[in-house]
Each structure stands twice: as C-alpha cells, then as structure tokens.
Design a binder for this molecule. Sequence first.
Ligand SMILES: Nc1ncnc2c1ncn2[C@@H]1O[C@H](COP(=O)(O)OP(=O)(O)OP(=O)(O)O)[C@@H](O)[C@H]1O
Ligand SMILES: [Mg+2]
Length: 392
Amino acid sequence: MNFKDILAEKSVFINKDALSPHYLPEKIIHREKEIEKIMRVMAPVFKNKRPNNVFIYGKTGTGKTSSVKYIMKQFKELPSNGIINYINCRMYNTRYKILQKLANDIVGFSKNGFPPSHFYERIMSWINNGNRFLIIVLDEIDVIKDLNELIYTITRANDELKAGGISIIGISNKISFKNQLDNRSKSALLESEVVFPPYNSEQLKEILTYRANLGFNENSCDTSAINLAAAIAARETGDARYALKLLMYAGEIADERKDDVVTYRHVEEARKSVEKDLVMEAVATLPEHQQLVLYSLALLSIRGSKYQKLNEENDEYFMMGELYEAYQKTCKELKREVRSSRWCKEYIKELEALGLVETISSGKGIRGHSTLIRLLYSKDWIRKTVEGMLLH
Ligand SMILES: Nc1ncnc2c1ncn2[C@@H]1O[C@H](COP(=O)(O)OP(=O)(O)OP(=O)(O)O)[C@@H](O)[C@H]1O
Ligand SMILES: [Mg+2]
C-alpha cells in the first residue's frame, strides 16, 4: 500500500463535510417563517432599541442551532451598536462561567477567582461606555444550573442601564424545562417565543437533496437513498440530523464496498448502525447504577430465569425480584455499593423511558402482582457494551 493508491481510491463523496451535522449550510430551507420571526424580534437593535428576549423551542434536529447561526451571520453583515455572543451551555453551564466567558469575549478579561460581580461590572461598563447592545444566544439553555439567577442578573442589568441593554435568545429541545423556572424568569425569558416543528418527509427530502448535491459526486447518490433516509427520519422524529447521518453512513458503507452509487440498500444498513450508535450514546451517559441494572438484565437474559418459566412466549421477561437479585450480585462482583430495591425500580422506570427496556404487569398470579421486565436490544451486545463502560 502507498499514498498514491489511497488517494486514487474512488469515493462517492466529493465533500463529506457537507453532510456532517457540524456543517453550517448557506441556505436553511423550510425555516423561512421561523427565521423571519426571530429576525423581527431582533431588528429593533438596528434602531438602538433593546430587542425582546426570545425563547426558541423545537425537538432535536429541527434546525434551531443552524437557523440562529445563520441569523448571526446576517446580523454581523449589517452595522449596528450591538454584538451577538453564542454560548453552548453544555460547556458554560453556570451563571459564573457565562459571565466570565462574556467578559472575556467582550473585553478580554477572564481570570478565575474573581467574584461574578467583577465580570458583571466589566460587561456593564462596556455597555454603558458605548450605549451598546449585547445579545446572548444560550443554546441548550435548559442545562444551566442556576438559570433563574442568570435571568435575574440580566433583568437587573437592564433596569440599571440608562441606555443600551442585554437580550437573551434561549434555545431548548426540552419543553418541560419551562416548569423549572420561577414565574419571574419565565415571563422575562418568554417575552417572545418561536416554535420549530419537526420536518415532514417531503421537507427532509429537500434538505437531504440539497446537502447530497454538495456532499456526493454527481450521480453517486440515488434518489432511493434520499427517499428512504427522509422517510425513516420523518417517521421516527422529523430530525434532520438523523436523516443526514443516515445518508452519510450510507455513503461510507458504499465506499467500503467499493460501490459507485449509494442506494436505499446502503441506507437500510446505515440505519442499523446509527441505531446502535444512539443506544451506545444513551447507555454511556447513564448514571452508573442504571448501567448496573441494565447489565444485570442482560446477564439474566443470557443465563435464563432460574424460576419456572412464566409462560412459553414470555421467556424474555424477568420478574422484578429476580432482576434485583441479579443486580445485587453484579454490585458485589464489581465492588459497587448496593442500592435498595426501591431505587432499582426507579432505575428501571428511567431505562424504560429511554426505550432500553420494556415492562409489563404480570397480572394476578401466585406471587401476586409483579412487574415483568424485558431487554429491548440484543442481550449479548448490551452485555458487551455496558461491560466495557463499567470496567473502565
Ligand atoms: N432546514 C435545514 N436545511 C438544511 N440543513 C438543515 C436544516 N435543518 C437542519 N439541518 C441540518 O440538520 C442538522 C441538525 O440541525 P441543528 O443542529 O440546527 O438542530 P437543532 O434543532 O439545533 O437540534 P438540537 O436540539 O439537537 O440541538 C445540522 O447538520 C443542520 O445543518
Ligand atoms: Mg442545537
């Protein structure tokens, strides 16, 4: 093997980046209305008025982040007395970190160890000195630990400022998160609201076609691949990220096989591997004891119940009591502290909510009511996956 051979290998891709979820497309199709609404909220800044705060909500992969980044680009092209600062709240998840980052980005000062008031004053004097407007994009705002305090700080800042102001563009895919806010923060954040609905399969087809034209060589991606990827994503979630991922994986599979054209067959296979990826991600972020319960269920499923079979068809289901015994055993073997069976039940509820297990009620039987639990993914694969995580 040499480099020349590698470089000469054929590929269905011409620019794989264009299919990646991090790529910022030049056009955001099917979001014209939502983008316009947000722009109208922000427009007063060009007339030296503070824009309302806006809260953007929509399920994952509905184009929220991309649309806001698109708007930011437009915003920067026109002169104004304002700046927009984008914050990924997964990285900056407290009021302190956010104020520090803002102070650093705006006036280049971010040493640790100062009280938050220090950063606050810096930001305030920057605004005051030029009657400026600061627009903060808080992406994934729901993960901020002390969000009420942050919103309160910003509201207070606006009260104190004679000219200029601070506005928030909050983005979230968790609708229930609003309930965690106290009433004052809620009404401050929700000055205006924009909802991003999931895409339907026609819209996804267009989005995919647009990205496929940028990412694949001419005639390397069959419409059957785009149609299937769009249909799968629309049926499941309306998530454009998922649809793009399917198409990109499908291309990789075609390359591996040295096929010239990506078709629905490659998408079918990609779907299997994307699903595994998603489960893997979900499992990796579980708290340890939920992993232990899941792992114990996988071991139990491999070994089989030591009690009489509940009935022939239902032999993948296990009683809560038996699972709890298995969990205790696992904890002992892996030298983890055992939690009570009430906790174990809680963990199972959460695993069920994530779609990793399924529970049914046994109905009245000799042992009275019991919950029966079944693993929803391959037992060997779950065992291997979780084992790797627990032993690291
Ligand atoms: N209308 C669109 N046109 C082109 N590409 C799109 C469109 N909507 C979404 N995408 C693409 O789908 C992917 C996901 O979009 P984005 O990151 O904006 O979703 P999101 O709503 O912020 O999701 P999350 O809630 O998970 O953060 C990105 O790669 C983006 O480029
Ligand atoms: Mg996003």
